[in-house]
Design a protein around this ligand. Structure first.
Ligand code: NAP
Length: 496
């Protein structure tokens, strides 16, 4: 019988048409070098598509196309026209959503259960930015200079945006950058991660179908060099980046040449804090899925699970039991809760942390690599893993693992846990579970993180800003602040 994975692949007409080429100025083109690379299905280890391997030459072509569109047809679009276009794009996305969700499942291994469930968020994001397209404006500002000089500000799009995305949420992370860029009147060169380029390429086609003029969105796939060329390009006005802190630092350096605007959504090692007075039954599944969802490949995953001493053993055992009961396997099987990691390289990395945790003396409560030959043996799978008795100085408590691995630490009181939570270089998310309003307020005030969730975790909404403190980056995605990231403010003085 055909596997779920093979059956899903069979249905993808997009994958039947040979090399997946770049999208530049509305045209599908191969890389100037003629080079290609293969995208691997992480559930099977088999090649899923051959993709054009763009480099600096292709980035140059794409940036020129984005510049031409910015100064040409796109600049003549009124706010209402940009809004109408975004609303049309949302409808087209909705119509093709199943195909896009399937591509992400095949390309990066996220279970269909998850990619399908992101439909509302993906389509809703574009509708949200459509809503903002007509409310972008400056201010009239009274001044005190002598005479009768009138002053006001106007908001102008920053220009050509390089959008660089990671592999862990290919479609939604691309939409999160395209939405505000189009709402403000910017044009885009999108560079998806080499591990999961397919949904971005298909999205480029759908944008054309929705009526976006050629050149407003260009998609350049490639390995490493394409992203670096985009970040350093002199005619790119802004880089909107999501990815690792290490690459974020390189982008800061590369941006110095023309003082680009940057927004950086980087890594995390988020604290998730459980007080003994919390509703523990409600907290167990949330604490588990705060890390195990998407096999741990989520930037804001609550990987440092701090549990108050009195309930530590009981709580951590329940989280481990919850993890052990999750269905891990073929992500194309609609009942499967967890799929593989994105690549063999990521599997090797996570396996290294599994060894490091044991070597440093943490207690492994189930999980780890699947044993021997099994239905999971060809893919890059790791079972949901909990380490107990973790201490702050261990690598598994400090470094971003980006796999389904919880590091459970004990704490005594609020002051103790806030201080320890803040020792991380990262500052992306944080959670606290308690029935005490005073404790909740003490922790929300104390944590140096861009989001804090109380008695919930990873709630997200297009209207609520998301982003990091410290080495988790700067700039915000979602909300009005996000749109500001794509705008310049011009002050105008008129001596009438
Ligand atoms: P990554 O290695 O930093 O890669 C991200 C993107 O940057 C890819 O498209 C990559 O292209 C590109 N790139 C690589 N080198 C570059 C360079 N020198 N200049 C410009 N671009 C370059 O990250 P990843 O491993 O794909 O994703 C995982 C990381 O993303 C984790 O650290 C996670 O926490 C973070 N993340 C953060 C958020 C957030 O909102 N804060 C959300 C999701 C993920 P190639 O694929 O061609 O190398």
């Amino acid at each position: 019988m055909m596997s779920f994975n093979d059956a899903l692949r069979e249905k993808q007409t997009f994958l039947r048409e040979g090399e997946k080429r770049l999208l530049i100025d509305g045209q599908h083109v191969s890389a100037a070098s003629g080079q290609t690379f293969t995208s691997i299905n992480p559930a099977t280890g088999r090649v899923i598509a051959t993709v054009s391997d763009g480099d600096a030459v292709d980035i140059d072509r794409a940036v020129a196309s984005a510049r031409k569109a910015f100064e040409g047809p796109w600049s003549r679009f009124k706010p209402a026209e940009r809004q109408a276009l975004l609303l049309r794009l949302a409808d087209v996305l909705d119509e093709h959503y199943e195909e896009l969700a399937s591509l992400d499942t095949l390309d990066m291994g996220a279970p269909l259960l998850r990619t399908r469930a992101s439909r509302e968020r993906a389509v809703g994001l574009i509708r949200y930015y459509a809503g903002l397209a007509m409310s972008i404006h400056g201010e009239t500002i009274p001044n005190s200079v002598p005479g009768d000089i009138f002053s006001y500000t106007v908001k102008e799009p920053v220009g050509v945006v390089g959008a660089i995305t990671p592999w862990n949420g290919p479609l939604t992370l691309a939409l999160w950058k395209i939405g505000p860029a189009l709402a403000t009147g910017c044009t885009v060169v999108l560079k998806p991660a080499e591990q999961s380029p397919l949904s971005s390429l298909r999205l480029g086609e759908l944008c054309l179908e929705a009526g976006l003029p050629p050149g407003v969105l260009n998609v350049v796939t490639g390995r490493g060099g394409a992203g670096a060329a985009l970040a350093a390009h002199h005619d790119v006005d802004k880089i909107a980046f999501t990815g690792s802190t290490r690459v974020g630092q390189k982008i800061i350096e590369a941006s110095a040449g023309n003082i680009k605007r940057l927004s950086l959504e980087l890594g995390g090692k988020s604290p998730h804090i459980i007080f003994a007075d919390a509703d523990l039954d409600a907290a167990v599944p949330v604490a588990a899925m705060a890390v195990f969802a998407n096999s741990g490949q989520i930037c804001s995953a609550g990987t440092r699970l701090f549990v108050q001493e009195a309930v530590y053993d009981e709580f951590v055992e329940k989280v481990a039991a919850f993890g052990n009961a999750l269905r891990v396997g073929d992500p194309a099987d609609p009942d499967m809760q967890l799929g593989p990691l994105v690549s063999e390289q990521q599997l090797t990395r996570v396996a290294g942390y599994l060894r490091a945790g044991q070597d440093e003396g943490a207690t492994l409560l189930g999980g780890g690599l699947p044993a021997g030959q099994s239905e999971l043996s060809n893919g890059f799978f790791v079972r949901p893993t909990v380490f107990a008795n973790v201490r702050d100085e261990m690598r598994i408590a400090r470094e971003e693992i980006f796999g389904p691995v919880i590091s459970a630490l004990r704490f005594s009181d609020a002051a103790n846990v806030i201080a320890r939570a803040n020792t991380s270089d990262f500052g992306l998310g944080g959670g606290v579970w308690t029935r005490s309003l005073a404790t909740a307020q003490q922790v929300t005030r104390g944590l140096r993180t861009g989001s804090v969730w109380v008695n919930c975790y990873q709630a997200m909404d297009p209207a609520v800003p998301f982003g990091g403190y410290k080495m988790s980056g700067y700039g915000r995605e979602s909300g009005r602040e996000h749109v500001e990231e794509f705008l310049n403010t011009k002050a105008v003085w008129i001596n009438a």
